[in-house]
Design a protein around this ligand. Structure first.
Ligand code: CUA
Length: 182
């Protein structure tokens, strides 16, 4: 969702920028003597410059406070289920393999040997989340499965001869089931 907001915001700003360029280009073709009108223009320019500075300062302050954007502490809700994931040549080890639709999951991903790519694919084989599995480092990725089915974990980084067999199926069960937790 945030990506599409960012995309439309970028499009809009690029459009404004293009308008400004077109305006400046158009104005630059008109020859004019300098005079009082220009001096007034310089004052307006100063005003707009300060306004722009304030706007950008505000936007920077607002967005800086959200860094890092995928702060694990920020996204890990109190009841997120934590799954430790270890990549190794050539398999994925999970601390738990029970998944249910609607459950908030936080994968904490690391590697025993070399760098792997942890990619989660939905039953239609579309990539829905990914992070790197790095030795001596833990990356987190949060996800909530929204439909039941067999999902696949594929390695997204070439990690030697067995790279292509480094995959795992996980089964996401429908909500409800036997336990009446919802
Ligand atoms: Cu592990 Cu490619």
């Amino acid at each position: 969702m945030y990506q599409s907001i960012a995309w439309y915001a970028t499009l809009f700003l690029v459009f404004l920028l293009a308008l400004a360029f077109a305006f400046v280009y158009g104005e630059s073709r008109k020859l004019r003597e300098y005079g009082p009108i220009q001096e007034k223009g310089y004052k307006i320019r100063k005003f707009y410059f300060l306004g722009l500075l304030a706007l950008m300062g505000f936007a920077t302050a607002m967005s800086l406070s959200k860094l890092p954007y995928d702060n694990p502490h920020a996204i890990a809700k109190e009841h997120a289920k934590i799954i430790e994931v270890t990549g190794l040549q050539y398999a994925w080890e999970f601390s738990d393999e029970n998944f249910t639709v609607g459950e908030e999951i936080q994968f904490r991903v690391t590697s025993k040997d070399v760098t792997h790519g942890f990619g989660i694919y939905n039953p239609d084989l579309q990539l829905i989340a990914q992070t790197q599995a790095m030795p001596e480092y833990t990356n987190t990725v949060a996800i909530t499965f929204d439909e039941p089915g067999t999902y696949k974990i594929l390695c997204l980084e070439y990690c030697s001869v067995g790279h292509h067999v480094m995959m795992k199926d996980i089964i996401v069960k429908p909500k409800g089931g036997n336990d009446n937790d919802n």
